[in-house]
Design a protein around this ligand. Structure first.
Ligand code: C2O
Ligand code: CU
Ligand code: CU
Length: 475
């Protein structure tokens, strides 16, 4: 690849190239034939090896999002791979069966490049499988769909544009990047042909900042099988699913009562997105194409936060009989950390810093510097409390572990954000939890096995790149 790409200019696509040296042939499968990184398929208990070569004109890393791995192979910004250099990583795959993912995590003196590099193509899904899950007989093969959902904007020549410059800078910093096209596995306007049987949809919100309100077009409830950290104890139904950036959701959808000719659309339903929604986007939407571009320059999007749009039509094309049933029980190994009544609570206040973005307890990213209250003990279980005192939602992510959500309360005003709460899936295990404006969310986490530095941050990539990220140390 050639010269570095300036923000705000049309970009080339950056891709992972992967070569399999050993292991089963389905270890690395391309997703959708687009920029999306390949699906990496691992088995719980195996050892994973990779050689990472950086062919980009700038530093990068590969972070294994959601995996419980030692600090030095976690792809953190303190251990960048320089252009033209390589790094070998190896770790044991100890996590529960589930959908995880990988993406870059570089952060230089001028801020992070997570948003830009992921946007340009460097992100992909990683699935961990195990025997217990296989024994459930959930839909597999072509009836198991891996769907990476992302929003992008295109220039007139169909090149990706990532706007983070000029007049858009402040807006993008505050709100995060919003594209005006929805892509599934790197492709616009895709549909799938399906049979009259149950399907399993394994969805990753790989967007920089967009929150989806996933729902079915015929109003049927969403049947959730699992979350970031794998299967729930039992399936649960929600009217819709609120999926924030970096989160995954595992869905069951049964088309056996449908007929050939039917269409069921996975869509994102509308919600109120404070000042960041319609107010920002609408004016731009009404204008000419050029007006739209102007709107974009101003940091608006032709598809504002909270807009309603289609994601993926499922077209029933054939009748097939199967006798698959939704299992009553899913996982036996789901262990939320035991929280004692007097477990220490560590508080994190999420707030805005004038002209600079967002902060955690008043602090922004300072490299591997860790404050006294960012040190935890190996083997301990703690409760972390995030209080969102800003006007934006923040999907908070903790590296190196899966946690349980043990409390969620509205303690302040919602700042105009509403319509998302009923779809927050707090059951199961997570590595990323959405904290809406005015909310106080508590999570229970156990720091097991590995000492050293890990990150915690907002996974709105523009918030993260602009400093809403810190290290914590396990000691
Ligand atoms: Cu997706 Cu720091 O992570
Ligand atoms: Cu991560
Ligand atoms: Cu944020």
């Amino acid at each position: 690849h050639t010269a570095p790409i300036l923000p705000g200019t049309p970009s080339e696509v950056w891709r992972y190239t992967a070569e399999l040296r050993n292991g089963p042939a389905d270890t690395i499968t391309p997703v959708g034939g687009s920029y999306t990184g390949p699906l990496i398929r691992l088995r719980r208990g195996q050892r994973f090896h990779a050689r990472l070569e950086n062919g980009l004109p700038e530093d990068t890393t590969v972070h294994w999002h959601g995996l419980h791995v030692p600090s030095d192979v976690d792809g953190q910004p303190r251990l960048p791979i320089k252009p033209g250099e390589a790094m070998t990583v190896a770790f044991d795959v100890v996590d529960r069966a589930g959908l995880y993912w990988y993406h870059p995590h570089p952060h230089g003196p001028n801020g992070g490049r997570v948003g830009f590099q992921s946007y340009a193509g460097l992100a992909g899904p990683l699935v961990i499988e195990d025997e217990a899950e296989r024994a459930l007989g959930l839909p597999a093969g072509e009836r198991e769909m891996f769907l990476v959902i992302q929003d992008r904007s295109f220039a007139g020549d169909n090149e990706l544009t990532y706007l983070d410059s000029g007049m858009g800078t402040m807006m993008t910093r505050m709100r995060g990047f919003l594209g005006d096209r929805i892509l599934v596995n790197g492709q616009p306007d895709t549909a799938r042909e399906v049979a009259t049987r149950p399907y399993r949809l394994r969805i990753l919100n790989g967007s920089n900042s967009r929150i989806y309100k996933l729902a079915w077009s015929d109003g049927r409830p969403m049947t959730v099988l699992g979350t970031d950290g794998g299967l729930l104890g039992a399936p649960r139904q929600y009217p819709f699913v609120t999926l924030a950036p970096a989160q995954r959701i595992d869905l069951w959808v049964d088309l056996s009562a449908n007929e050939p000719g039917d269409e069921l659309h996975l869509l994102s339903d509308s919600y109120q997105a404070g000042m960041m929604g319609d107010g920002m986007g609408d004016g731009c939407k009404r204008g000419s194409r050029r007006g739209g571009r102007m709107g974009n320059m101003m940091g608006g999007s032709e598809l504002p936060a909270g807009a309603r749009f289609d994601i993926l039509p499922l077209r029933v094309t054939r009748r097939e009989r199967g006798n698959e049933r939704l299992p009553k029980r899913l996982a036996e190994d789901l262990q939320a950390p035991p929280v004692e009544r007097d477990a220490p609570v560590r508080r994190f206040k999420l707030s805005m810093v004038m002209m600079r973005g967002f902060a955690i307890n008043g602090r922004q990213f300072e490299g591997a510097t860790v404050a006294d209250d960012e040190i935890v003990h190996l083997g301990s279980t703690e409760v972390w409390e995030f209080v969102n005192d800003s006007m934006m939602p923040h999907p908070m992510h903790v590296h190196g572990l899966q946690f349980a959500v043990v409390g969620r309360e509205q303690i302040g005003g919602g700042r105009g954000w509403s319509g998302l709460a009923a779809g927050l899936v707090d059951s199961g295990l997570h590595d990323t939890v959405l904290v809406l404006p005015g909310e106080r969310v508590r999570i229970a986490l156990t720091f097991a096995d590995f000492e050293g530095l890990y990150l915690y941050h907002c996974h709105n990539m523009e918030h993260e790149d602009n400093g809403m990220m810190r290290y914590y140390r396990v000691r």
